[in-house]
Design a binder for this molecule. Structure first.
Ligand code: GLN
Length: 314
């Protein structure tokens, strides 16, 4: 492991913030009305080191919609409840090379949703959350897992939840297609609702950096010091994120940034750098695949400046 000082990380983060703050590339998600109206100038960066120190810049304590970043959290919950082997069998761990909302993700792999990190597999993961059959208790488990990972509780953004529920027709078809192929393990409408609700949780870049650092720190939350999941699950989680965290752009992302990371259409990105830190950046405008333009630029800049990558250091 290349040794990197805190001041090197701080400098890199400050430079990235200053350099990309005024970037105007991308466009807010517009298929979910609430997201279309978020201030497009918001921009925050947070890095949580494995000793619990946190470096923050800009709007790092602004609560935004966690959206698809929550797929990582609930994949972790499924792994905690079922173990690595069963998650592989019941969902899968493959790349899809497809957009997040693809119905093809179910069909391509022999009626298998491929990975918990695209919509199809994420809805399946929600269906698996125990206790199966009890929506309220399942929701409690989902929120309490996110709270453990982030070191503090997320908060439902009611308006976002309503906005998504009123417009999630594509996800409804995915849920019922999963039912058709016996790849959903609880009521499809309930599983879809849990998925929609978890996507509507408000979270901060700081909280996401702590969750990422918990994965990078073998399952122990570096801020609260609470063991959240077994260390053996860390490489499984990081491999899922590395494989499909940016959907059809994942290869390009990994090649250029060197860090496994997961995006959400709320503008958040959460990156896991094992042995070093967890990082999150947030800015609403997205590229055509639904990934935050500024968050990508900032994280890439920081990684390249530090000269580290999951594949080796320079
Ligand atoms: N709730 C959104 C959806 O399912 C999440 C998508 C995303 O963040 N990529 O469409």
């Amino acid at each position: 492991n290349k040794t990197i000082s805190v001041s090197q990380i701080k400098d890199a983060a400050q430079e990235a913030y200053a350099q990309f703050k005024d970037n105007t590339g991308g466009k807010n998600a517009d298929y979910i009305p609430y997201l279309a109206n978020i201030d497009k100038n918001l921009f925050g960066i947070s890095i949580c080191l494995l000793d619990g120190r946190i470096i923050t810049l800009g709007d790092s304590s602004y609560r935004f919609g966690i959206e698809s970043v929550s797929k990582v959290h609930t994949a972790i919950l499924a792994l905690r409840q079922y173990g690595a082997e069963k998650v592989l069998k019941m969902i899968g761990a493959d790349a899809t090379g497809l957009p997040f909302n693809s119905i093809m993700a179910i069909l391509l792999e022999n009626d298998h949703p491929s990975t918990p990190l695209v919509n199809a597999g994420a809805i399946t993961a929600c269906s698996m959350v125990q206790p199966v059959g009890d929506s309220d208790k399942k929701w409690e488990a989902i929120v309490s897992n996110i709270t453990d990972l982030c070191g503090s509780a997320p908060q439902l953004i009611d308006e976002l939840y309503k906005s998504e529920t009123a417009t999630n027709f594509n996800n409804r078809s995915i849920a019922w297609l999963l039912k058709n192929y016996n790849r959903i393990y609880d009521d499809p409408d309930m599983s879809l609702d849990l998925y929609t609700r978890q996507c509507s949780l408000g979270i901060t870049a700081e909280q996401l950096s702590i969750a990422a650092a918990t994965v990078a720190n073998d399952g122990v939350n570096p801020v609260t010091k609470k063991p959240v999941f077994d260390a053996s699950l860390s490489p499984k989680i990081t491999s899922l994120v590395a494989t499909v965290g940016f959907y059809e752009r994942t290869g390009d992302w990994l090649y250029t940034s060197g860090i496994p990371a997961k995006t959400g259409v709320g503008g958040g990105v959460m990156g896991i750098m094992p042995g070093h830190f967890g990082i999150s950046a947030f800015a609403p405008p997205l590229d055509s695949s639904g990934n935050s333009v500024k968050a990508q630029l900032a994280i890439k800049y920081i990684m390249n400046k530090l000269g580290i990558s999951i594949f080796g250091s320079t």
